[in-house]
Design a protein around this ligand. Structure first.
Ligand code: 13P
Length: 256
């Protein structure tokens, strides 16, 4: 089947609400964002979701969050549930970003619980996996990514996995300006798809999306996203400027 490409921005902890609104208006003033073949989503700090949902309504630009808690509600000070995110305008949520794993002690077990909660909510999960430099240099990238996938997907049913986007983000490429070679991205996305096939079935593997993240910019985006197994990109730093993000979306949607 032909999967729709996904260009997702991850703003991380950047922008005030006023700056986010300015970004949204500037992005939309450039013309249509995305196309029938290319879906566009911005994963923003959750406090901006409601304001941006009003601005992006009808534009085709979707919104996502960068984190979620797995309980529905209760005494969990500071946490936000799937239902709250969906109600504020999110359609996607990133789960298991390497920064959350490294800086906020998110374990495979916590990531699995979050993914289970997201899969039984209206949100679509973007699960991040990726090896570190040491693992890449030891030729252990498949083992590392395969282990992360197995742990995160424990007890996730086939219906959940069909809605899944896996973002392959090698740690050595995040925020370093060192993009993976298109061949490396293709090879790992193909591996991730084969792993999904072995854990589920060919149909699920065919439906799920696998995107690449790590220093994607308007120059590298097209080559990285070309090829059958790479279904898009998760863009960090280069998603913060409307003109740069617009160029990335166009460089992919004009060539697919
Ligand atoms: P950069 O594009 O800034 O390298 O960030 C990648 C990333 O972590 C996206 O989630």
């Amino acid at each position: 089947m032909t999967r729709r490409k996904l260009i997702a921005g991850n703003w991380k902890m950047h922008k005030t609400t006023a700056q986010a609104i300015q970004f949204a208006n500037e992005l939309l003033s450039r013309g249509a964002v995305g196309s029938a073949k290319t879906e566009v989503c911005l994963c923003v700090p959750s406090v901006h979701l409601y304001a941006l949902a009003g601005i992006f309504e009808g534009s085709g630009v979707k919104l996502g969050a960068q984190n979620v808690y797995y309980e529905d509600e209760g005494a969990y000070t500071g946490e936000i549930s799937c239902g709250m995110l969906a109600g504020a305008g999110a359609g996607y949520v990133i789960v298991g970003h390497s920064e959350r794993r490294a800086l906020f002690a998110e374990t495979d077990d916590i990531i699995n619980k979050k993914l289970l909660a997201v899969c039984s909510s209206p949100l679509n999960p973007i699960l991040c996996v990726g090896e570190n430099l040491e693992q890449r240099e030891a030729g252990a990238e498949r083992q590392a990514v395969g282990d992360q996938l197995e742990a995160a997907l424990r007890d996730i049913g086939v219906r959940g996995v069909q809605r899944l986007t896996v973002a392959y983000e090698p740690l050595w490429a995040i925020g370093t300006g060192k993009t993976a070679l298109p061949g490396q991205a293709r090879e790992m996305c193909a591996f991730i798809r084969s792993k999904i096939e072995s854990l589920y079935d060919g149909h699920a593997a065919d439906r799920m999306r696998c995107i690449y993240g790590g220093s994607v910019d308007p120059v590298t985006a097209h080559d990285i996203v070309s090829g059958a197994d790479v279904d898009g990109a998760l863009v960090g730093g280069a998603s913060l400027k409307p003109d740069v993000f617009f160029d990335i979306v166009n460089s992919v949607s004009n060539h697919t």
